[in-house]
Design a protein around this ligand. Structure first.
Ligand code: SF4
Length: 263
């Protein structure tokens, strides 16, 4: 069976330039963002900011997320995960994620190629290497919501895309519809599952479990409708990127230091 992570492992190496349009991410234009924000009457729009310069791939965020959101700890599914990118001097992009989503960090320098295979990359051949955490982008135009035939997945006025387990019929359309591969079937409930920015926490004034768990401040949550929010200030003034903007989803997870090689 091809899983999200095996797909990543099997396709990124050597064919990075072929698999997607030239830019897998776009730098955000603050003027456009402010114009679309001005049209919305809601006082809150939750957004996420990931600083790839700060992420060390320790996996504390993955661990915290699993425990907080009752995603069975030892199963091969996660609401958030960490990808490792190693670009060698010959321009080849090598990427991997441990089978547990990076829950225990990256414990070996060898790249995981899936099916029990690993690849050694010599230090002297490395041009650059970095980690990229992934999670639901809480898209402004969420295709997962559009394809759900029973309205079990929907968008709250504050932008977060939620799943109502009591309505989900497990058809899997949303899992196929998400271009970011963030949805999966919950192994116990057998319904569609994904990150919801720890909605039960953020609506009570807390931060998400992953934000609280990150020892390096690589993950932050903010309110885009509050001009004084430190996260909003960064999004509006610094060079931030989003993933796969060409799909028209308007992702609301913003990245600092996002490399062009990231898919
Ligand atoms: Fe839906 Fe995927 Fe966008 Fe999340 S990232 S809102 S699951 S399409």
């Amino acid at each position: 069976m091809i899983t999200r992570r095996n797909f990543l492992k099997n396709t990124v190496t050597g064919i990075a330039a072929l698999s997607l349009p030239l830019a897998a991410f776009e730098i955000v234009d603050p003027k456009k963002l402010m114009a679309s924000e001005a049209k919305n009457p809601s006082k809150v729009r939750w957004v996420f900011l990931i600083d790839t310069y700060k992420c060390t791939g320790c996996g504390f965020c993955v661990k915290a997320c699993k425990l907080e959101n009752e995603v069975p700890y030892d199963t091969n599914v996660t609401r958030t995960w960490v990808e490792r990118y190693v670009i060698t001097k010959d321009g080849v992009n090598h990427a991997d994620t441990p089978d547990n989503g990076g829950r225990d960090g990256f414990t070996t320098a060898r790249m995981n190629r899936g099916m029990g295979k690993f690849e050694e990359i010599k230090k002297e051949d490395i041009d650059k290497a970095f980690f990229v955490p992934k999670l639901c982008n809480q898209c402004e135009n969420p295709p997962c919501v559009q394809v759900c035939p029973v309205g079990a997945t929907y968008q709250a006025p504050d932008g977060v895309v939620l799943v109502d387990r009591t309505w989900c019929i497990g058809c899997g359309y949303c899992i196929m519809g998400c271009p970011y591969g963030v949805r999966f079937f919950h192994p116990v409930h057998h319904t569609a599952e994904k990150c919801n920015f720890c909605y039960h926490r953020i609506t009570k004034g807390l931060k998400t479990a992953c934000v609280d768990a990150c020892p390096f401040g690589a993950r932050r949550i903010g309110n885009l409708r509050d001009p004084n929010d430190p996260v909003t200030k960064i999004i509006m003034t610094e060079r931030v990127g989003v993933l796969k903007e060409e799909y028209g989803t308007k992702p609301q997870a913003f990245y600092l230091g996002l490399d062009r090689e990231v898919k």
